[in-house]
Design a protein around this ligand. Structure first.
Ligand SMILES: N[C@@H](Cc1c[nH]c[nH+]1)C(=O)O
Length: 398
């Protein structure tokens, strides 16, 4: 191993240096305080679990994303969490066992076996909210409001919220009655927005011409609120659940328009990205300059079934690393530089200042005062004048 190899980090595994790490930490605190004020209780999931419980009811996307290892104690396969949402669903269904609406939030490191264009790095810090036990639109609206509040706190502007509904695609595919392989290929083509491929597959596999036309229309239905009307006309002959999903999106649009008129809403009826556990409304929030979504989420009713208690559920997740990169703000230079002296009065003064929340950096013997403003972010200094310790601007230090 050469020296150059030694400092190489695996692809997508990044370290966070000052001042970014501080930005991340202060954003984490602000976000969790916000969630606390909205009634969300914090949970801390384990970083590693047995694979069976980690992947139960979640589909193959998450399986591919999960790093696997063997537990030396039991010989069983374990997985490193790649997504906190199913873990929190387990806590709600099995560990907490509370009745009614349960609001939980978290901030945890996760690892992903693959970096893809939508997910960014392989070592995100996932911060998120999950609301269980309520199947109405109000729960989804609350989650979306908190997503917008989180992005606002992080310093995002011109937010673009893309909303879809997995139920439309699922209902149409159910009517088509295809086998798993054909379904998988069509899903993959629609997810990639490869219209030529999805058209060809649908034409070849779906015998009912009206249904094939509806499926072919699906990836073309994206844009402003007007596409919901177009969809209504297009899907007039489809099952009642398709119409119910469209009505739901119209209601959601009205609620968001009233509370967040400044947010650009975009509807995409073929928005199938994300994990396969989603069952209803799904969304992704974008801001310009960022290729990947800053927040993602949606409804995933019934995920707790695998743990003995199916519950309505909705939620969102964000990557704290990505959110913290929205703000270029420099942390304040408001520290106090103290000399290296071991003077009882000086030590007492330092203790008092730190007790008051002031950042005091004491020089080590031999340490000069270079880079005080930049590295140590000190704008003042403790100095002794006329036998008294006092604080002066750093420029007067010498
Ligand atoms: N965990 C999902 C988002 C989500 C949270 N809750 C529901 N959905 C993701 O990372 O894409």
């Amino acid at each position: 191993m050469t020296i150059a190899d030694r400092w190489l980090l695996p692809d997508g595994m990044d370290e966070v240096l000052p001042p970014q790490a501080l930005r991340m930490e202060s954003l984490r605190r602000t976000l969790l305080d916000t969630y606390y004020r909205w009634g969300y209780d914090m949970v801390v999931p384990p970083p590693v679990e047995f694979l069976d419980s980690l992947l139960t009811g979640t589909g193959s996307d998450l399986d591919i994303q999960t790093f696997k290892l063997t537990d030396q104690h039991t010989g069983r396969m374990m997985g490193i969490s790649a997504d906190v949402t199913p873990q929190v669903a387990r806590m709600d269904a099995h560990s907490l066992h509370r009745e009614g609406a349960v609001r939980l939030c978290y901030c945890a490191h996760v690892l992903r076996a693959q970096a893809d264009e939508y997910q960014g790095g392989r070592s995100p810090v996932q911060v998120g909210l999950e609301l269980f036990g309520h199947s109405g639109i109000d729960a989804d609206v609350e989650i979306l409001q908190l997503v917008l509040e989180s992005l606002d706190v992080a310093g995002a502007s011109h937010i673009h919220l893309a909303i879809g509904h997995i139920g439309i695609y699922r209902a149409l595919m159910e009517e088509a009655g295809l086998d798993a392989q054909a379904r998988g290929r069509i899903f993959e083509a629609i997810e990639r927005k490869a219209l030529g491929d999805s058209d060809a597959l649908i034409e070849a596999q779906v015998a009912d011409a009206a249904l094939a036309a509806m499926l072919k229309a699906l990836p073309r239905l994206h844009g402003g609120v007007e596409i919901l009307d177009q969809a209504r006309t297009m899907f007039a002959g489809a099952s009642a659940s398709v119409m119910a999903a469209l009505d739901y999106l119209v209601q959601l649009q009205q609620r968001l328009e009233a509370s967040h008129g400044d947010v650009a809403l975009y509807f995409d009826l073929a928005e199938l990205r994300g994990y396969q556990y989603h069952t209803g409304m799904v969304f992704a929030a974008h801001v310009s300059g960022y290729g990947q979504a800053l927040a993602k989420g949606g409804r995933y009713d019934g995920t707790g079934r695998a743990f003995g208690r199916p519950r309505p559920a909705t939620g969102c997740s964000m990557d704290l690393k990505l959110l913290a990169s929205l703000s270029e703000q420099q942390p304040p230079a408001d520290g106090v530089w103290a000399p290296a002296e071991n003077d009882a009065e000086l030590q007492a003064r330092i203790r008092t200042l730190r007790g008051e929340g002031v950042r005091v950096v004491q020089a080590l013997p031999g340490q000069d005062g270079s880079a005080l403003e930049t590295h140590y972010r000190c704008d003042r200094a403790l100095i002794k004048r006329d036998g008294q310790w006092g604080i002066v601007p750093i420029s007067e230090m010498k």
